[in-house]
Design a protein around this ligand. Structure first.
Ligand code: ACO
Length: 177
C-alpha cells in the first residue's frame, strides 16, 4: 500500500469531501464541521486526510493538549465505510504517527475511544487514566507525568463505564511496516 496523507489545509479542494466523510460517521452541521477543518494548520490542530485515487478515504484530527508538552490528542479517526477491514486504518495510523514524529516532533499520542479499543491495541496503544485536556502546563518532568498516567484499574472496569483513554509513545513504538 502506498497512499499519500496530507494536512487538509494543503489540499483545500478536498474540504467538502472530507466534511462528508466525517459526517457520514458523526453527523454534525456542515458549517461547524467546515469551521473545524479550516482551523487546520502546520502545527496543531491539524486534520490529516488519506487519499486513494483522488478520493478522501480517511481522516484524523490532532489537537494540542495544553497541559502536556510533546503530545497531541487524536480524534475523529475514520475510514470510508466500504473500505474498512482491509488494512487502510492501520496504514493510515502509521502515516499519522510518522507525521507526528517527523513533522510535529511529538513524543506521545493520546486518544479516547468507546468501542475501538481492540483496533488501537493492535497498533500498540495502551490504556491510561483519563487525561486532562485543558489546564496549566505540567511543570514536572514529562517522564514522571507519563508514568503517573499508567492505569491502576483493570481495562474491563474502565471500558464498561465510560470511554477508554489510551496512549502510545511513538518515538519508541512506531508501527512496524
Ligand atoms: N475490533 C477488533 N479489531 C479491529 C477492529 C475492531 N473494531 N477494527 C479493526 N480491527 C483490527 C483488524 O482486524 C486488523 O487486525 P490485523 O492487523 O490483525 O489484521 C487491524 O485492527 C487493522 O484493521 P484495519 O482494517 O486497518 O482497520 P479499518 O480500516 O477498518 O479502520 C477504523 C479502523 C478506523 C476504526 C474504522 O473501522 C472506522 O472508521 N470506524 C468508524 C469510526 C470510528 O469508530 N473511529 C474510531 C473513533 S476513536 C478515535 O477517533 C480516537
Amino acid at each position: 500500500m502506498d497512499l499519500p496523507i496530507f494536512p487538509i489545509h494543503k489540499k483545500p479542494e478536498y474540504l467538502l469531501e472530507c466534511c462528508k466523510l466525517i459526517n457520514s460517521e458523526w453527523k454534525r452541521s456542515e458549517t461547524a464541521r467546515l469551521h473545524s477543518l479550516r482551523n487546520s494548520c502546520d502545527r496543531l490542530p491539524v486534520s490529516l486526510i488519506l487519499l486513494k485515487q483522488n478520493q478522501v478515504i480517511g481522516h484524523a484530527k490532532l489537537s494540542r493538549i495544553p497541559s502536556i508538552e510533546d503530545a497531541c490528542f487524536l480524534e475523529s479517526v475514520v475510514i470510508k465505510s466500504d473500505l474498512r477491514g482491509q488494512g487502510y486504518g492501520k496504514y493510515f495510523m502509521r502515516k499519522v504517527e510518522e507525521y507526528c514524529d517527523d513533522k510535529l516532533k511529538l513524543q506521545t499520542i493520546f486518544l479516547s475511544t468507546k468501542g475501538q479499543e481492540k483496533f488501537y491495541e493492535k497498533l500498540g496503544y495502551v490504556e491510561c487514566e483519563p487525561i486532562q485536556l485543558y489546564g496549566a502546563p505540567v511543570s514536572q518532568n514529562f517522564r514522571t507525568k507519563f508514568e503517573l498516567l499508567k492505569p491502576s484499574t483493570p481495562k474491563i472496569a474502565l471500558s464498561n463505564i465510560s470511554k477508554t483513554y489510551m496512549y502510545k509513545d511513538i518515538r519508541n513504538k512506531l508501527i512496524k511496516k
